[in-house]
Design a protein around this ligand. Structure first.
Ligand SMILES: [Zn+2]
Length: 65
C-alpha cells in the first residue's frame, strides 16, 4: 500500500508527527463570500487549492523544509 502520510517534524511538538490536510468548510466560505459581496471568492479558491498540512497533535501548520 502506498502511504503518503510520512511523519513530518513539528517545531511545536519538537518531534516527528502525523499530519492531515485541513478541510475547507465550503458552507462557511460561501457565507463569508456573501457578506463580503464576493470579494472573498479569490481567497476561497486559494484556500481550496492550497494544501496546508497540519500537525495531528497540536493542529499547527507544518512546513516541510
Ligand atoms: Zn505539533
Amino acid at each position: 500500500m502506498d502511504n503518503n502520510d510520512k511523519p513530518i517534524y513539528c517545531s511545536t511538538c519538537k518531534k516527528q508527527v502525523g499530519w492531515h490536510f485541513k478541510r475547507v468548510n465550503h458552507r462557511t466560505q460561501f457565507l463569508i463570500a456573501l457578506v463580503t459581496l464576493g470579494m472573498w471568492i479569490p481567497m476561497w479558491i486559494g484556500l481550496t487549492l492550497m494544501k496546508i498540512k497540519y500537525c495531528d497533535l497540536c493542529q499547527s501548520p507544518l512546513s516541510e523544509d
